[in-house]
Structures are given as structure tokens and as C-alpha cells.
Ligand binder design. Structure first.
Ligand SMILES: Nc1ncnc2c1ncn2[C@@H]1O[C@H](COP(=O)(O)OP(=O)(O)O)[C@@H](O)[C@H]1O
Ligand SMILES: [Mg+2]
Length: 112
């Protein structure tokens, strides 16, 4: 077995060869959002979870759907909006403003 930096570099090159073509394919559908697509990929490779949070229409769903199509896995989702979340059992983010409306958004989390 080869050891040393060059062997490790070769292995990294070999194992990550799919990344560029994957990003290229996704970019044919999703314009921009490179950070999102990169983080999705990291989440998948780490066998983890990614929470996509943002205002409607920024291609969150489209990015995940496109990723799923590109890697040939089934797309399914649970979509959560604040009104669907029990405030006592999940962390919740809410925006509070003062009467003048000038106060910046403030995170508030439920007890559990
Ligand atoms: N960056 C983008 N690239 C390509 N299409 C986009 C992009 N952002 C929004 N769209 C268009 O807007 C639609 C809504 O995006 P969607 O993924 O449903 O948004 P979100 O899930 O963030 O609410 C997409 O289906 C697509 O037609
Ligand atoms: Mg969506």
C-alpha cells in the first residue's frame, strides 16, 4: 500500500472526482446558490442533516430536488412552517420588532 502525502492527494483526487461534474449538472438547473449546494453535499457526505431555512422562492426545494435527481435518489420532504410546529416541542425562531418597527430580528427559542 502506498503511503505519504502524494498517495493521500491521489486518493482525495480520485474520491472527489464526482464533485465538479455534480456541481456542473446542478448548475444547469439552479442558478447560483453555490454555498447552498456545497453545504448540501457536505451534509450528504457526512451522512448528516441539513436544515434549509429562508424566505420562499430562493430555490431551497429546487436545489434539493435537483441534487436528488443528479445522484439518483428519491426526493421526499417534510415542509415545516412556524404554524405547523408545536412551540413547546421544537426550537422556534420568531421575529420581534418594537413599535417603531426598527428593532432587528431576534431569535427566541421555546423551552425544549
Ligand atoms: N437560483 C435559482 N435558480 C433557478 N430557478 C430558481 C432560482 N431561485 C428560484 N427559482 C425559481 O423559483 C421557483 C421556486 O423555488 P423553490 O425551490 O420552490 O423555492 P423555495 O423552496 O426556496 O421556497 C423554482 O422552482 C424556480 O423556478
Ligand atoms: Mg420550498
Amino acid at each position: 500500500m502506498q503511503t505519504g502525502i502524494s498517495a493521500i492527494n491521489e486518493e482525495v483526487q480520485r474520491a472527489s472526482a464526482f464533485v465538479r461534474p455534480l456541481f456542473t449538472e446542478i448548475a444547469k438547473v439552479v442558478v447560483g446558490q453555490t454555498y447552498l449546494v456545497e453545504r448540501l453535499t457536505v451534509g450528504l457526505l457526512a451522512n448528516g442533516h441539513v436544515l434549509l431555512e429562508g424566505v420562499p422562492g430562493l430555490a431551497k426545494t429546487l436545489s434539493v430536488k435537483t441534487m436528488a435527481a443528479c445522484i439518483n435518489v428519491k426526493f421526499a420532504r417534510l415542509q415545516f412552517t412556524p404554524d405547523m410546529l408545536p412551540a413547546t416541542s421544537s426550537a422556534r425562531k420568531s421575529i420581534t420588532r418594537n413599535l417603531a418597527g426598527s428593532r432587528p430580528a431576534k431569535d427566541r427559542f421555546s423551552p425544549t
